[in-house]
Design a protein around this ligand. Structure first.
Ligand code: ZN
Length: 204
């Protein structure tokens, strides 16, 4: 079973201390992927930086996504929903599996493949992919739902994931089985505005 793992789509990484202009571009595909994962009952993991003072990487990046601050909240467009299949997984370093119980939680749900999305392709997505590889998960990365920092080559980052971790590099369209139609009101309930084939039937 697949799980969708959304990495560090937090206020500080989109609008705040470590804001990345490229992050805005992945939000619409990510919203479609999130909608699809909910429809298909995939477990969804929000793998979120939640730093404490003294965490080693703060010496590199400065304070960001400090636990229990607004900067550590998932952006409103991708807000987690309550329920047993939506997991918040706080982390204090780059990798989603590092120092967390994510492996146990995913195995408990029967997950054997992780769809990695979010930020940044060359840092936390990369370290999470390594964590997934050594724990035996298949790895899928939709290229339009991840991003590097501006100035870092996205294709190089994806190629590393493919060649070193065996990640399948794909697209949100391929994963959800239809074109990404663009952004929709995130208040729109799942299914509203779509016909049974998942085609947008009217502008929300
Ligand atoms: Zn961090």
């Amino acid at each position: 079973m697949k799980a969708l793992v959304i990495i560090d789509m937090l206020d500080d990484f989109v609008h705040g201390a470590l804001a990345n202009p490229r992050a805005q571009t992945i939000v619409p595909p990510l919203r479609e992927l999130l909608r699809h994962a909910r429809k298909e009952s995939w477990p969804i993991v929000f793998s979120n930086d939640a730093h404490l003072p003294g965490d080693p990487e703060l010496t590199i990046w400065g304070e960001h996504a400090m636990a229990d601050t607004p900067g550590a909240e998932v952006i409103a467009e991708l807000e987690p929903a309550p329920g047993p299949l939506e997991l918040i997984s706080p982390k204090r370093s780059y990798g989603a599996f590092d120092g967390t119980d994510l492996d146990e939680r995913l195995r408990g749900l029967g997950v054997d493949e992780v769809v990695l999305a979010g930020q940044h392709t060359h840092i936390c997505v990369r370290h999470s992919a390594y964590g997934a590889l050594i724990r035996g998960y298949a790895i899928t990365v939709p290229r339009d739902a991840v991003c590097t920092f501006a100035g870092v080559d996205e294709e190089d980052a994806l190629e590393y994931l493919r060649t070193v971790y065996g990640a399948r590099i794909t697209s949100v369209e391929a994963l959800i089985g239809r074109p990404v139609v663009g952004d929709v009101d995130h208040e729109t309930p799942l299914g509203s505005g779509y016909d049974s084939g998942g085609v947008l039937t009217h502008e929300p």
